[in-house]
Write a protein that binds this ligand. Structure first.
Ligand SMILES: C[S@@+](CC[C@H](N)C(=O)[O-])C[C@H]1O[C@@H](n2cnc3c(N)ncnc32)[C@H](O)[C@@H]1O
Length: 218
């Protein structure tokens, strides 16, 4: 298993030969997250955990939803701030380790994790789950979109993919898990061990889980 150096990737260092520069930068929120937003399931204030270049945070802000994006990569956050300014929206961004960030206690009504969970080292998961629980208000919704273990990665580029049970078990505790359903993550070109289907935009469609949970009262 090897996780990328995310900041280097955002600065333009290819992940592996033959990969798009930032394969997860599809320019719009991932379709399963967009469906939640369109369905009115993402109430503000929202924490976009591991926001990258901020597409989800910016889409929420565009709709008038208060949103804060947090990412460890200073390069991604600089790009997110530029994109928000170019879009003329009021979105907040912070550089921080999501497994140990401070402030925002009890603030958020929704936490969106769009492909962060499988990007974390396994040992950071407990700190991450506790940190977002601290920042969420009682009853807050949590949505996590993460790769399933059947995603056809090669050893050179292999995030920490999960089974549905592994994802639910990692989150359960401060969070009451409601469902983990089959879902998809759409990415740009990547050399893979097997060719997955493509969507109508030609993006690779990878198997994933979408977890829904709610913050238990403390
Ligand atoms: C696959 S990218 C997804 C970015 C964005 N959510 C999206 O959908 O485009 C995973 C993101 O998690 C961030 N990340 C990884 N570890 C982190 C940590 N400990 N704290 C905060 N962000 C982290 C990376 O910098 C990267 O931007």
């Amino acid at each position: 298993m090897s996780l990328p150096d995310f900041d280097a990737t955002y600065r333009g260092t290819p992940l592996v030969d033959g990969a798009a520069t930032v394969p997860w930068n599809i320019g719009v929120p991932q379709p399963p997250i967009a469906a939640l937003i369109d369905g009115g399931r993402v109430a503000g204030p929202v924490l976009d955990a591991g926001c990258g270049v901020g597409v989800t945070t910016i889409e929420l802000a565009r709709r008038g939803v208060e949103a804060v994006g947090i990412d460890r990569s200073a390069t991604a956050i600089a790009q997110a701030r530029e994109a928000a300014a170019a879009a003329g929206v009021d979105a907040a961004f912070e550089v921080a380790d999501i497994s140990a960030f401070t402030r925002h206690d009890g603030r958020f009504a929704t936490v969106v994790d769009c492909t962060l969970f499988h990007s974390l080292p396994v040992e950071l998961r407990p700190g991450y789950v506790a940190s977002i629980a601290r920042a969420a208000r009682p009853g807050a919704a949590l949505f996590v979109l993460a790769f399933d273990v059947s995603a056809p990665f090669t050893p050179e580029m292999s995030p920490n993919c999960v089974t549905a049970d592994e994802l639910a078990t990692a989150v359960e505790g401060a969070w009451a898990v409601e469902s983990v359903v089959d879902s998809t993550i759409h990415v740009l070109e990547l050399p893979l061990a097997a060719e997955p289907p493509r969507d109508e935009q030609g993006r690779l469609v990878m198997p994933a889980h979408l977890l829904t949970a709610h913050r238990r009262p403390s």
